[in-house]
Design a binder for this molecule. Structure first.
Ligand code: ADP
Ligand code: ADP
Length: 223
């Protein structure tokens, strides 16, 4: 089954073609890598999937349904882990996750929240405010926040930028586990090695276009 189908999608900022006629199909359960230099269009593409950026033209469907006519449903299918860390300073870790559950209309989400706190090693930080968290803890909270509604498709936008090796590995262990449970994972990165180790299939973007897309084995052999 298809998780995401992107057809002829373009997005301009003035004269700048952030996305130039992009076509892409990602299958359910895939661990997919979106690679490319800064400015290639990766965040714009992800923004369109998450409903944060409006495309100019083209079609996007999520789990077989058009993203525009099924806006709410599509949004629920995604858990997007953004690049920038930002939290409301007035809410502690648990409250942050409760608030996010409320945003998705989930009332009693204790079971899932506790599971995430455990899995991401935040359980003993549950009552702390964001200001008391280290950079690594904030990253993990960001991931927990994106997963409270148990989304089918998980998008990680450069999740390891500025993250130390130990945390990086524990973070990947958890993401790999989610993928094994059948979740579709989309990872943007500008590290080829990272994509190589993790992804089944990789698309390389440059100047708003997908310039190459293949399985990791074929891509490595062609370099
Ligand atoms: P990447 O995530 O691959 O670094 P982006 O999708 O962030 O690339 O950016 C693609 C291009 O679009 C870049 O040239 C960037 O400067 C431009 N861009 C992105 N967002 C905006 C915006 N809100 N306004 C104007 N230009 C933008
Ligand atoms: P609305 O669409 O109602 O205007 P926003 O887009 O402003 O809401 O999102 C509200 C909060 O939910 C923000 O913290 C945003 O980052 C978060 N959010 C929205 N969609 C998702 C998603 N699919 N995954 C994770 N967080 C999301």
């Amino acid at each position: 089954t298809v998780a995401i189908k992107i057809e002829n999608v373009s997005k301009n900022y003035g004269n700048l073609k952030a996305l130039n006629d992009v076509n892409l199909t990602i299958n359910k359960g895939e661990f997919f890598g979106l690679l490319g230099p800064n400015g290639a269009g990766k965040s714009t593409l992800i923004g369109i999937l998450g409903g944060l950026v409006n495309k100019d033209v083209g079609r996007v469907s999520v789990l077989g349904k058009d993203i525009i006519s099924n806006y709410r449903e599509s949004k629920k299918s995604f858990g997007i882990v953004p690049q920038e860390v930002s939290f409301d300073p007035y809410f502690n870790v648990r409250e942050t996750l409760e608030l996010q559950s409320g945003y998705f209309g989930i009332k009693d989400n204790d079971e899932k929240i506790n599971e995430l706190l455990e899995a991401l090693d935040l359980a003993d930080k549950a009552e702390q405010g964001p200001r008391q968290l280290s950079g690594g803890m904030k990253r993990r909270l960001l991931i927990a926040k994106a997963l409270v509604h148990d989304p089918e498709i998980i998008v990680l936008d450069e999740p390891t930028a500025g993250v130390d090796v130990e945390l990086r590995n524990s973070l990947w262990d958890y993401v790999i586990k989610l993928n094994k449970q059948g979740k579709t994972i989309i990872l943007t990165t500008h590290y080829l090695e990272e994509a190589e180790t993790l992804c089944d299939r990789i698309a390389i973007m440059n100047k708003g276009k997908i310039v190459k897309i293949d399985t990791k084995e074929n891509l490595i052999n062609s370099i």
